[in-house]
Design a binder for this molecule. Structure first.
Ligand code: HEC
Length: 498
């Protein structure tokens, strides 16, 4: 096996070289430490979500990796390094946090991917997929019976020991197995591959190959197309190759180890591979190099706003092989009419300069539209909800005491409803195009809407919208709509902060 691994970089580090002295392609620049969530002040001051959403810390779970929502509101989470699958209990007491956790399964061999199907909980360990009876409708019952092996003898060892398993819309058990190395010719064809099995008989095998490490995959609603994230190889510099989103089809070859990105021959193993490279399938979307896309989830809930229903959320775990850190956020992917995929920030602020406070791993959505993100660096699960009026403002209270609340006169329900209508108007009138620093129209210098509550009361902001200061355009809005917009701007820490 020809392997171009990390040896050189690690030897260089072993002699105490700092990252700046290393050639770029050998850069090792990984955040160390943490293990607990940042304080709510730091979190509130840094972590951002798009207008109309809010985010908060929902549960603490050190080393949490993959998630699977349970109808009813609980969340299953894998903790591979502790051999456990944990159930995080829904927030039934309404304090905005999970009501606690319980270990559902223990003593497993690095459990990672989880799925629920037909009354079974499927768990992907590093060398096997097993399942156990699980009744989501009866929270007290938990799992029952014994673990049953569905597939065993998956190639284990080497790099990339996490396995992800999901049941597809066709009832098949799909399992992704990453490569054993950074770049090499594998001896076992089931490595760097997507496998497919019949969950009843365990029969099956190779489905697609050339996928270096497809940690996350999901099926696009409406089309049933299978999309998988894939981490590009290391040690080729800060900006190459792109990490990938692939549309995985049966028999497809996605190019690793002979090609990277859109069929660019690999400098180590691409020589003499013209035919294989030409026949390989290019990614449908490229993420920035070394961003490490892991979990992907298509948003299916009717509760999502129009722009997000059908979009995919992807957790970018963040770079280690880059002189300047990059990634460390959740992005949303939006499919355009032409099939072009647009990438936007969805949760960001974990990385500020070179400082990291979190590393997103997986994303899950419940039927009610709430979205969960796991973070194995902070050991946390965050919950993102719609609407600004929740008592979960992402901004920390201003230092030195609270300001008077410009919305104090509104009842909670009224505030929430008005803010939701206002957020819809914000979207309908494309206000973000001029106001969102991260999502503005091309060529526009965005005007950040910061701290509006310090300068406007509700009436004042509504009347500003009736007669805005040019070049802010005047919109054709009814008095009620102006008031709704003003409520959403004042209630929504996200937007009011911009
Ligand atoms: C074509 C660009 C554009 C669009 C679209 C736009 N704005 Fe503005 N907006 C501006 C500019 C420029 C300013 C700053 C005006 C000034 O110089 O005072 C502004 C100012 C504002 C202010 C006052 C900020 C402050 O701190 O005083 C608010 C509130 C505001 N816009 C809300 C909205 C809302 C709500 C929408 C959508 C209905 C919207 N804007 C759409 C360009 C735009």
């Amino acid at each position: 096996m020809r392997a171009i691994g990390l040896g050189v970089a690690l030897v260089a580090l072993g002699f105490g070289a700092c990252r700046l002295l290393l050639p770029e392609r050998l850069a090792v620049n990984v955040p160390m430490g943490r293990g607990s969530p940042p304080s709510s002040d730091v979190f509130g001051g840094r972590i951002q979500v798009p207008p109309g959403f809010s985010i908060r810390l929902w549960a603490e779970l050190p080393r949490v990796r993959f998630l699977r929502p349970v109808p009813g509101g609980d969340l299953l989470a894998s903790v591979p390094r502790e051999g456990r699958v944990v159930r995080l209990l829904a927030d039934r007491d309404g304090d905005g946090r999970s009501d606690g956790s319980e270990t559902l399964l223990a003593d497993l061999d690095r459990p990672h991917g989880l799925d629920l199907h037909g009354g079974w909980l499927y768990v992907a360990e590093t060398g096997a997929v097993r399942r156990i009876r699980f009744d989501p409708a009866d929270p007290a019952a938990g799992v029952s019976g014994a673990l049953e092996t569905v597939v065993s003898g998956l190639p284990a060892g080497g790099n990339h020991w996490t396995r992800t398993a999901r049941i597809g819309p066709d009832g098949g058990l799909y399992v992704s197995v990453g490569s054993s190395c950074n770049v090499c010719e594998e001896e076992d064809p089931r490595r760097a591959a997507m496998l497919r099995f019949d969950p009843e008989s365990g029969r099956g095998g190779l489905y697609a190959r050339g996928l270096r490490n497809a940690v996350g995959f999901d099926w696009r609603p409406g089309t049933g197309e299978l999309y998988a994230t894939d981490n590009g190889r290391d040690l080729l510099g800060d900006d190459f190759p792109p990490c990938e989103l692939n549309r995985v089809v049966e028999g497809g070859d996605y190019g690793w180890p002979v090609a990277n990105g859109d069929r660019i021959p690999d400098p180590d193993l691409g020589a003499g591979q013209k035919a294989r490279i030409a026949a390989s399938l290019p990614p449908v979307h490229g993420f920035r190099a070394h961003n490490a896309p892991l979990g992907i989830t298509f948003l299916r809930s009717d509760a999502q706003p129009a722009g997000y229903r059908g979009a995919a959320l992807v957790a970018l775990h963040g770079s280690w092989n880059r002189t300047r850190k990059d990634g460390y956020k959740v992005v949303s992917l939006h499919w355009g009419e032409s099939g072009r995929i647009e990438e936007r920030d969805f949760v960001w602020g974990f990385l500020e300069g070179e400082n990291v406070i979190g590393r997103p791993v997986d994303v899950a959505e419940l039927g009610d539209g709430s979205i969960f993100v796991s973070d194995d660096y902070a050991g946390a699960v965050y919950r993102i909800t719609r609407g600004a009026g929740e008592a979960v403002s992402r901004t920390a209270p201003a230092a030195g005491g609270a300001r008077s609340d410009p919305l104090a006169a509104l009842a909670e329900g009224e505030r929430r409803a008005a803010a939701a209508r206002g957020s819809a108007l914000w979207e309908r009138h494309a206000c973000a195009g001029c106001h969102d620093p991260r999502d503005h129209d091309p060529g526009v210098v965005p005007v950040e809407l910061r701290d509006l509550g310090a300068r406007y009361d509700l009436e004042g902001l509504a009347s500003y919208l009736a007669a805005p200061t040019p070049p802010m355009p005047a919109f054709d809005l009814t008095p009620g709509e102006r008031r709704d917009l003003a409520v959403s701007l004042l209630a929504d820490g996200v937007r009011a902060d911009r």
